[in-house]
Design a protein. Structure first.
Length: 97
């Protein structure tokens, strides 16, 4: 089951930040060979926003304007080493059009 996060508002720009580690105890950060971030909107459209390699080993981020309300599913996937992290956020409909 995916991890649930706090609710966000429609049309908000959300930034996902992730630190990757080479060990299960999360003591040794690692820069994977490739890092991909994918997000699926409530209508099923999958997008692959740009991933930014932030300062410091293993630190990455990606952002997306969530322009639909409902549940959005996201997933980080790396190679060298292979690491997967995924979850779901809920976007609340804006109350003023």
């Amino acid at each position: 089951m995916a991890i649930r996060f706090p609710k966000f508002f429609q049309d908000e720009n959300i930034v996902w930040q992730k630190t990757f580690y080479s060990d299960i105890t999360k003591t040794t950060p690692v820069d994977p060979s490739t890092v991909v971030f994918k997000i699926k909107s409530p209508n099923g459209t999958v997008s692959t926003p740009t991933v930014v390699n932030e300062a410091g080993t293993g630190n990455f981020s990606s952002s997306k304007v969530v322009n639909e309300y409902g549940d959005w599913e996201w997933r980080w996937l790396t190679t060298g080493p292979t690491i997967v992290d995924q979850g779901t956020i809920t976007v609340i409909k804006r109350n003023v059009e």
